[in-house]
Design a protein around this ligand. Structure first.
Ligand code: NG6
Ligand code: CA
Length: 501
């Protein structure tokens, strides 16, 4: 064989094998989980008061879903379902206080544990709100039960919400920048002697006024739920949170670029307190709520930029979505109602956070994976619950016994190869909703929701009578036609009973 011929053969073989490797290489997976972002809050879905160029770019080059849902209309239940593939009601998952114990059973397989078994490095950056420890947390030591035990190799957390103490970050379950001489104490009951001043007592210290429920400890000029003492050097500055989180997320990507990785990037935005960095102040026409949407969009851009820079964007599956519907007034006075204009946070859908109407769980949802997913739109009826089983199929993993009991494999729908979604989809709120194709059924209920919800400008959606809507004709759930379709109501109520049993 002459040497030119030999060289050619070798070069061809090399090329073929490189191609094979890149074809088989498992995609990186990034879930960008926004907090309280409504269906209509992004440009591509019709936002009026704010621009979201980075999110729109993802949608333009990816798949934009119009009927994909979080499992519930509040945070903790939705996150619980996302990571466990179980309905939240199975574990009575509800909004947690900042010192609540971990609600995920560490003996069971989770989404990140399943991905670890498939060879992924796993990381969570941002809001946790799934509880930590097993009852009494000592914030001055490594917090015993948390992301590590749930399957994340790396974690950088806001422990609960931005409006709950302690207002400190935890990196790998230790408070960041803690001075041991100034230990942290937290209480959700009695007041702590020598703790941070309370919003209800010194309102003149506040940057923003609040409802009576958020008038506890003041840190960074903002009063929160709960009492806190100590940890002064560790306190976060709300205006810097998006930069801190984006930096930690990009660090994780840079560090794990050689492995397949799974990043659960769980933004604080656009949850309250909505207080934008000055870089984003007045970047919308809607005041703070719009400005933090722009801020959130910037964070999304940071992720796509670093993936591009590392030449990973093509083979990274990005799933952009939110944990529950939008809310204008959730306790802090930031004029979201007054400055809304014609913008429709829930798009054409009725409801909000806390509500069983569609906007409570119908989430802005984009799947972006240039190597595999063709740009387009999908109307498939899907739940975030299904990501567990669908991603397991993607990475060739069997789900362990007893794990993810409610997660359905809809991989081909998530990737746009099929438009078929779920036959039934449960919507958890302060009552239950059920979807079946175009039908939406809401179970009757007359028990009142927590008092603080009824004080808000939201409609939790339940009524004393059964409700049935035809979403094709009536997407905004205005005409209850339960009486005209007793057989559909009966079928859906039966199915609901079966699910809830
Ligand atoms: C509620 C808070 C609300 C918000 C929510 C959690 C009151 C009156 N309201 O309990 O302000 O923090 O919890 O939001 O306390 S979520 O997006 O994490 O579910
Ligand atoms: Ca939320």
């Amino acid at each position: 064989m002459n040497s030119i011929f030999k060289k050619n053969i070798i070069a061809t073989l090399l090329l073929v094998s490189c191609f094979a490797i890149s074809q088989n290489k498992k995609p990186n997976i990034v879930i960008i989980y926004v907090d309280d972002l409504g269906y209509g809050d992004i440009g591509i879905n019709g936002a009026i008061g704010v621009k979201t160029p980075f999110v729109d770019e993802l949608a333009k080059n990816g798949l934009n879903f119009s009927d994909a849902h979080s499992s519930a209309s509040t945070c903790t239940p939705s996150r619980y379902s996302l990571l466990t593939g179980s309905y939240a009601f199975r574990n009575n998952a509800a909004i947690l206080e900042g010192d609540a114990p971990l609600i995920i059973d560490t003996k069971k397989e989770t989404l990140p544990k399943m991905l670890q078994k498939a060879g992924y490095k796993t990381g969570v950056v941002g809001k946790w709100h799934l509880g930590l420890g097993n009852g009494k947390i000592d914030w001055n030591k490594r917090v015993g039960l948390g992301p590590k035990e749930v399957g994340f190799d790396y974690s950088f957390l806001i422990p609960a919400t931005g409006d709950r103490v302690p207002t400190v970050f935890l990196e790998n379950q230790r408070v960041v920048n803690l001075d041991p001489k100034d230990p942290i104490t937290v209480s959700y009951g009695t007041r702590i002697d020598g703790g941070y001043p309370l919003g209800r007592e010194v309102p003149e210290m506040l940057k923003m006024h609040t409802d009576p429920y958020h008038q506890g400890a003041i840190t960074n000029g903002i009063s929160r739920i709960g009492h806190m003492k100590g940890g002064k050097s560790a306190l976060w500055i709300d205006e810097k949170i998006p930069f801190v989180l984006s930096e930690k997320a990009t660090d994780f990507i840079n560090k794990e670029k050689e492995n397949p990785f799974f990043l659960y990037f769980s933004l604080h935005d656009i949850h309250q307190p909505r207080i934008a960095n000055k870089k984003f102040v007045e970047s919308s026409t809607m005041g703070p709520r719009g400005d933090v949407i722009a801020q959130m969009d910037w964070c999304v851009g940071e992720i796509t930029k670093v993936l591009k820079k590392q030449k990973l964007l093509d083979n990274t599956l990005i799933i952009f979505t939110s944990d529950n519907g939008p809310i204008l007034d959730d306790g802090y006075v930031d004029y979201a109602i007054e400055l809304l204009g014609d913008h429709k946070p829930g798009g054409k859908y009725k409801g909000s956070k806390y509500s069983v109407f569609e906007a409570g769980t119908r989430m802005p949802t984009i799947v972006h994976w240039p190597a595999k997913v063709k740009p387009g739109k999908s109307q498939a009826l899907l739940s975030q619950l299904d990501l567990y089983a669908s991603l397991a199929d993607l990475v060739n993993q069997k789900i362990e016994k007893n794990a993810a009991p409610d997660s359905e494999n809809h991989l081909s729908s998530w990737l746009g190869e099929s438009q078929r979604g779920r036959e039934f989809l449960l919507e958890e709120a302060y009552t239950y909703g059920l979807r079946m194709g175009k039908w939406k059924y809401i179970q009757p209920k007359d028990k009142p929701v927590p008092g603080w919800i009824t004080q808000k400008f939201v409609d939790p959606g339940f009524r004393k009578e059964m409700q049935l809507f035809d979403l094709e004709k009536d997407p905004s759930e205005e005409n209850n036609i339960a009486e005209n379709h007793p057989e559909i109501v009966k079928k859906m109520e039966q199915k609901l009973q079966e699910i809830l049993k």
